[in-house]
Design a protein around this ligand. Structure first.
Ligand SMILES: [Zn+2]
Length: 296
């Protein structure tokens, strides 16, 4: 491999965005996640994902998890990697992508889920954070409930529609500020409707695209935005070995790895995971959820 890791990662991010856009994609690139903050505070999950409209906790509501304090001027905080960690912990994260207009494709047989990946994670005893779109939860409610009831996993918010929170973003349709907050709320509502319990107040921007305006728009949602420091390159990948190699070369203590839980756009992810997990364990790594990384 002659390309630098940075170049490979940039290419992978572009491929990821194109995959998420469901088309050739635009030319926008995500803003570097340079606003990661390492301070943490224990705080209860916000009312939106875990409480009824009356504000009283629902039966089976998730326990409080660590979130980051708001950034300057109340902006939504951004977490990228637990840079302060010196122990070998790593969080594998999986975006369960489905765009709000992909219903007809699902109806015609395209699979946006990946049950084999979920069962392999269970068999390997790898805790994981699934960034799910609300549309995915509507399409696969039984899986959303099963994932969201399994202590091995936590479900975080990847928007309802998988539209852009900052434009341009790989050709994704853009949401305005009011629609952005509503879209996040709608995804949490879809998780509740499916019966998912283990939801956490974390949000991943579709395509990873955000700016201060997007962070401001989401302030009332009281989520922690979660980016990543390791791009797996699994979007549209055909070679699980190459994906595994890219992950293994990028992981550092406290890393967050972005992968996908959708066979439609990431068909070799499960196979790559089965290569990555034993090798990272051999190197002394322990797998944790994002909440464990933020909480330490
Ligand atoms: Zn996505």
């Amino acid at each position: 491999m002659t390309l630098s890791v940075a170049v490979r990662n940039a290419a992978a991010v572009a491929a990821l965005g194109a995959a998420l856009a469901g088309c050739g994609g635009g030319t926008g690139s995500p803003k570097p996640a340079n606003q990661a903050r390492t301070g943490t505070s224990a705080a209860p999950a916000p009312a939106s994902p875990s409480a009824t409209p009356s504000g009283s906790p629902k039966a089976g509501a998730p326990a409080a998890v660590a979130v980051l304090p708001p950034g300057p001027n109340g902006l939504t905080p951004v977490f990228e990697r637990a840079k302060q960690r010196t122990d070998k912990t790593v969080a594998l994260t999986f975006d369960a992508d489905m765009t709000s207009d992909q219903g007809p494709r699902a109806a015609s047989g395209e699979r946006f889920d990946n049950p084999q990946l979920i069962s392999s994670l269970r068999a390997l005893k790898v805790p994981a954070t699934i960034f799910m779109t609300g549309r995915w939860a509507e399409e696969y409610p039984d899986q959303a409930k099963a994932i969201g009831s399994d202590p091995n996993f936590e479900i975080a918010n990847h928007s309802y529609s998988h539209h852009a929170f900052k434009s341009p973003c790989y050709g994704l349709p853009a949401l305005d500020a009011a629609a952005a907050k509503a879209d996040v709320d709608r995804a949490f509502a879809a998780f509740r409707t499916a019966g998912a319990v283990n939801t956490v107040p974390y949000f991943r921007f579709p395509g990873g695209c955000y700016d201060d305006q997007a962070l401001r728009a989401l302030s009332p949602a009281r989520v922690t935005a979660v980016q990543w420091d390791v791009v797996s390159g699994d979007a549209f990948a055909k070679d699980p070995e190459a994906v595994a190699e890219q992950v293994l070369s990028g992981v550092k203590p406290g890393s967050v790895v972005v992968m996908h839980c959708t066979r439609s756009a990431a068909p070799v992810t499960e196979e790559a995971v089965r290569k990555v997990v034993p090798e990272l364990r051999k190197r002394g790594y322990r797998f944790v959820k994002v909440s464990d990384l933020i909480g330490k």
